[in-house]
Write a new protein. Structure first.
Length: 324
């Protein structure tokens, strides 16, 4: 395989996409970053713009794209409930039409293609932890279905293209990931808790806070994605990527309060419909095939993420004070 490749990253200005673009550039590749800025931001990719091997194109993946590339990483899709429920029809289109368009491109240029799938394909799981063999427990008509079923359909398309057209595919099921460059109003639990704690606001917990999640730091996740893409063509996935360390939502809130030194109190609200009660990946396959497991402990990753949000909020407060 050539040392330098031309690589397309859809959703490249987003949280995960910008970190992936940065990593691929460090490896000496040319990177074409495509994003429509629905949740991605120019700020995420601003440090990369000076690199002559980096190119940005504003484009919506629900429309075909005609470029010449060696590899494709398909990350385009809003991933937090507050964003993907804003326009659920468009969310489904992004997952399904986006997959069709990127698979069509990969077929035309004979590229390898990676799909950023999600642990949400498991729905509210009836087995714990979740293995790749588990087919899930998803409500197809619920408020979260636009994302859950969109990603499930995208996986179907990837494997049908693989079987029918012998396309070289890689599918990762990504579990909760956090770190710098998360959206300030992301709506996901880590960013919500950190922002509320830093502002001294009550920390909102839905349900009793006993529901569990597993949190993977972004650097660990990107390492796994790159390793998966580098495996032999016969290894298609799906492969679970995430941290097997499981924490309750209430535990997470307590850790963030302690790390920020906040005086925020916990407040409890009704649990949203179809919110999973448990989420923990079985990463046996990733350990075996990728020789990968997360390295960054939760406290260390949270400290880095808190520092990032402190910087963001300081800028916001500074602008507000200047205007006032």
């Amino acid at each position: 395989m050539p040392s330098s490749r031309r690589i397309l990253v859809t959703g490249g200005a987003g949280f995960l996409g910008s970190h992936l673009c940065e990593r691929l550039l460090r490896q000496g590749n040319e990177v074409l970053c495509v994003d429509n800025f629905f949740t991605g931001t120019k700020a995420n990719i601003a440090p990369l713009m000076a690199d002559p091997r980096f190119e940005f194109m504003r484009h919506d993946v629900t429309f075909p794209l005609y470029v010449e590339v060696d590899d494709i990483y398909n990350l385009a899709c809003p991933a937090s409930p507050i964003h993907y429920q804003f326009d659920p029809v468009q969310t489904t289109k992004t997952s399904v039409h986006g997959a069709i368009n990127m698979l069509g491109l990969a077929k035309r240029v004979k590229a390898r293609i990676f799909q950023a799938s999600t642990s949400e394909v498991y729905g509210d799981p009836t087995v714990h932890p979740q293995t790749e063999a588990y087919t899930g427990n998803v409500n197809p008509i619920g408020l979260r279905a636009c994302y859950d079923e969109g990603k499930r359909c995208a996986e179907t398309l990837f494997f049908d293209y693989h079987r029918q057209h012998r396309l070289r595919i890689k599918v990762a099921r990504i579990f909760n990931t956090y770190g710098p460059r998360m959206h300030l109003n992301d709506g996901r639990v880590v960013s919500n808790f950190i922002v509320q704690a830093l502002k001294g606001q009550p920390i909102t917990i839905y349900g009793k806070g006993t529901q569990t999640r597993s949190f993977c730091y972004v650097d660990d996740l990107i390492e796994a994605i790159v390793r998966l893409m580098a495996t032999r063509d016969t290894l298609t996935g799906p492969v679970n990527i995430g941290s097997p360390a499981e924490f309750s939502i209430r535990e997470l809130a307590t850790k963030i309060i302690a790390l920020t030194g906040s005086r925020s109190k916990l407040v409890f609200r009704p649990l949203p419909a179809d919110d999973p009660t448990q989420r923990k990946p079985d990463i046996t396959l990733a350990r075996k095939l990728l020789r990968w497991q997360p390295k960054v402990p939760l406290e260390e990753g949270l400290a880095k993420t808190i520092a990032y949000f402190e910087g963001l909020l300081t800028k916001v407060w500074s602008r507000t004070a200047t205007v006032a």
